[in-house]
Design a protein around this ligand. Structure first.
Ligand code: ATP
Ligand code: MG
Length: 432
């Protein structure tokens, strides 16, 4: 009996006869020799069979392989310098496990909506699988970085009573006798409570925004990683963001070279992503944007196009800090030197990817926070517990939210964030 192996292990089994289970990516039969590419999740291997070397039945079975059939292939691992993994499989037996007739996704080009309608199958394609592996690396890099830097993971609730961001973008659901609950748009407020207990904390989970936006950077459900740090001011906050992003990119460059190659990513652009990142105040950014030919006006939030124009003027990520208070959330701390501004930042990725992080120092003064809640016409009652954090041992603290899909899309160099998550939820999509 041949031993069962995964494709990734094959280079260390040259000369052995092994069995590999997987799916047929493509096959090509000739008069004397036939080929198939097998995928098992750990890699890809070319399988070769020559008519003269195998019983007739094996030759016929191999010739009948179709795209995405699941099979167990047995053969000898042979060195083959031209193959990606350096080996090929000289097939001696093939066992069909699951047939596959008329697989919908063929090597010809398909439209985007067709591909998303078949997302459950499209994930099997090389590029999509490569994106998922980069995503996995990004997530693992984040977790490792935070663990090594003494952050404590605190899972915050998805069903919430109070409101984090803007009320217009909330998904609602019935909640027993309490009426309406909302799907979380952020875990931040809860993390602020946890930071007073644990110092440096983070949450990482699905985040829900019912934004009716059909842009290439908005999903209705996305994953956000939010750290919150006691005793960090806005400057410390940006320094952490810079260090974390540089680490994530470095990890992908180190460990996901093959995937980035598969995606035809220009890695030279990623190699530049080292600290320090550029920093510009919102006020200076408006001046710069006008110089660059836009009609940006002080007091309005930066739009996606403006973010692109601005970020294109720099060769690595760009911090834009101290936005007008009027365009930012109530919990951001006022800049003591100019109370029209808050101590916040966005981090803009290069190459037109726009905002990947939004962060701020939080308002730690009870009276100012109450004023902000009232100015924003927010109900006070749901925030009673949040205000307690300023009543009992208030503290300087800051945090941010990093969007996973936007980060993955940027690192992969893909145009739309919907490919950066396995099953995207958008205004226009709930299937599959
Ligand atoms: P934008 O202005 O681009 O809509 P935002 O300022 O509303 O984003 P934040 O509340 O600051 O977003 O959220 C923090 C991060 O979460 C963003 O920087 C982004 O990376 C990510 N993010 C926010 N909304 C979405 C969304 N709808 N889909 C995917 N990622 C998102
Ligand atoms: Mg933001």
């Amino acid at each position: 009996m041949a031993e069962t192996r995964i494709i990734r292990e094959l280079p260390s089994h040259i000369g052995d006869t092994v069995t590999v289970r997987g799916w047929i990516m493509k096959s090509r039969s000739g008069g004397k020799i036939s080929f198939a590419v097998l995928r098992d999740g750990s890699g890809y291997v070319q399988c070769v069979v020559s008519k003269a070397d195998v019983p007739k039945g094996v030759w016929t079975d191999f010739g009948g392989l179709t795209q995405e059939m699941s099979v167990a292939v047995t053969g000898e691992v042979r060195e083959d310098a031209r193959s990606p993994g350096g080996v090929e499989l000289g097939v001696t037996a093939v066992d069909v496990i699951g047939s596959s007739t008329d697989y919908p996704i063929t090597p010809k080009a398909h439209g985007t909506s067709f591909l998303f309608e078949h997302r459950h199958l499209w994930l099997r394609s090389r590029k999509q699988a490569a994106i998922m592996r980069v995503r996995n690396e990004v997530v693992q890099a984040i977790r490792d970085y935070l663990y090594d830097n003494e952050f404590v993971l605190v899972d915050t609730p998805i069903l919430t009573g109070s409101i984090g961001e803007s009320a217009g973008t909330l998904f609602e659901t019935d909640y027993f006798d309490f009426g309406t609950a909302y799907l979380a748009q952020t875990g931040q407020l809860y993390l602020e409570a946890a930071a007073a207990a644990l110092g440096k904390v983070y949450c990482f989970g699905p985040t829900f925004r019912a934004e009716k936006s059909k842009t290439r950077r908005h999903l209705a459900e996305f994953w956000m990683m939010e750290p919150e740090m006691a005793w960090y001011d806005s400057v410390d906050n940006m320094r952490l963001q810079e260090s974390l992003i540089a680490y994530i990119v470095e990890r992908c460059l180190e460990r996901r070279v093959g995937e980035l190659q598969e995606l035809e990513r220009d890695v030279a652009l990623l190699e530049r992503v080292t600290p320090p990142f550029h920093r510009i105040s919102y006020t200076d950014a408006i001046v710069k944007l006008r110089e660059l030919g836009t009609d940006a006006v002080w007091g309005a939030d930066l739009g996606a196009d403006e973010e692109t124009v601005l970020a294109n003027a720099y060769d690595k990520p760009l911090f834009v800090y101290d936005y007008p208070k009027s365009v930012r959330a109530f919990y951001m701390k006022e800049n003591p030197e100019n109370t029209d501004l808050v101590l916040n930042n966005d981090l803009l990725a290069p190459e037109g990817y726009g905002e990947i992080i939004g962060g701020s120092q939080r308002e730690d003064d009870l009276d100012r926070l109450l004023t902000r809640i009232r100015e924003n016409d927010l109900p006070e009652e749901p925030y009673a517990w949040y205000l307690d954090l300023r009543r009992y041992g208030t503290f300087v603290h800051s945090g941010f939210g990093l969007g996973i899909e936007r980060t993955v899309a940027w690192i992969c160099g893909i145009p739309h964030i919907r490919e950066a998550i396995a099953f995207p939820r958008m205004m226009t999509r709930l299937y599959p």
